[in-house]
Design a protein around this ligand. Structure first.
Ligand SMILES: Nc1ncnc2c1ncn2[C@@H]1O[C@H](COP(=O)(O)OP(=O)(O)OP(=O)(O)O)[C@@H](O)[C@H]1O
Length: 233
């Protein structure tokens, strides 16, 4: 597959905000660009979700590098994808209960796409045009801090260790929080290697605090008791 196709695909993915985890495959994209193969033209114009380009255990970064699928970049992308999926589930539970923080969760899911775009663009192989499209600033980190402070003010002070509990919304937010911490751990080595913006790891660090705070807020608003830690002996 010509590299130029990979790059054009990546550019289109970023501009269309197609999720990093499930873009249109390279072959499908190149055929689409070329007007489609004869067979495909006859059958259908719908591009296939699988391209088979990853079958040998390698995949592409946004900069066009082919790397093994157990590379730290794909590990971090996969974990970020798990995180946004867990938030998506928590969001559904929260929506059923009419929680107002659903709005913040919506924005967070979009910002996580930006985190993934930045991680998918290793600085050592990026050109200026890649970097320009995938910048990640401190602004969303600051916004999270404002949200954490606002919700914390509405909660009773913490006097015990809280166990993941407090109803479905709250428990799902705790699960998302734990996955968020794993996402942070997976991004840290990439930051330390100087390959991604440190604000991505900062964002994930603040996000786990935000998820903890809204987990408690959800339990409180729903009138659910949170389980507290008690020594078992
Ligand atoms: N297992 C994975 N975990 C995390 N990220 C991945 C994984 N596989 C691929 N990626 C990333 O997600 C993007 C889209 O994934 P996709 O499944 O289309 O890639 P692929 O496996 O290389 O190709 P295909 O599935 O079409 O054969 C890739 O370009 C790569 O950046």
């Amino acid at each position: 597959m010509p590299l130029s196709c990979a790059r054009r695909l990546a550019a289109r993915l970023l501009s269309s905000r197609r999720p990093v985890g499930r873009p249109l495959g390279l072959r499908a994209y190149c055929e689409e660009e070329a007007g489609g193969s004869d067979a495909r033209k006859r059958k259908s114009k719908t591009p296939k979700i699988y391209t088979k380009t990853g079958d040998k255990g390698f995949s592409s970064t946004f900069t066009g590098e082919r790397r093994p699928k157990d590379d730290p970049v794909f590990e971090a992308l996969g974990t970020t994808d798990e995180l946004t999926s867990a938030i998506g589930l928590a969001r559904e539970f929260a929506l059923e209960k009419g929680h107002t923080f659903v709005e913040e969760l919506d924005k967070i899911q979009c910002v996580l796409q930006d985190v993934a775009s930045n991680v998918a663009t290793p600085i050592s192989s990026a050109r200026d045009s890649h970097l320009k499209r995938t910048t990640f600033s401190e602004k969303p980190v600051m916004e999270l801090e404002e949200w954490i402070d606002r919700y914390t003010q509405q909660l009773p002070p913490l006097t015990n260790f809280i166990l993941p509990s407090g109803g479905r919304s709250s428990a799902a937010l705790h699960l998302a929080r734990a996955i968020c911490r794993r996402a942070e751990r997976s991004v840290c080595p990439i930051v330390q290697a100087g390959e991604t913006d440190p604000n991505t790891a900062k964002y994930l660090n603040r996000l786990s605090d935000f998820l903890f705070t809204v987990a408690r807020y959800a339990a409180e608003k729903e009138g659910n008791k949170e389980q507290v830690y008690r020594r078992t002996e």
